[in-house]
Design a protein. Structure first.
Length: 81
């Protein structure tokens, strides 16, 4: 799926975001870059990948143990959206 993600924070879930267009979930990744003796923090939101073995889709739901899955591999009673 090709999406120009527009991220919104997920309430009650620290540093986690959901795309308003495709519903993919992601996390904030912070990198510290040093250039010419000056350190700078760069952050970006990175989408989670589905944790089902062999699946290459992006995650859209998280289960109660914290694993992330696409909608093809989740069971509603076991997962949070």
């Amino acid at each position: 799926m090709n999406c120009d993600h527009s991220w919104e924070p997920i309430s009650g879930w620290s540093a986690r975001y959901k795309c308003v267009y495709c519903k993919v979930i992601g996390f904030r990744k912070v990198i510290i870059v040093e250039f010419l003796n000056k350190k700078e923090r760069i952050s970006e939101i990175v989408p989670y990948s589905c944790q089902k073995k062999g699946c290459l889709k992006l995650a859209q739901a998280s289960n109660k143990s914290g694993k992330k899955f696409c909608f093809d591999h989740w069971k509603k009673e076991d997962y949070y959206e």
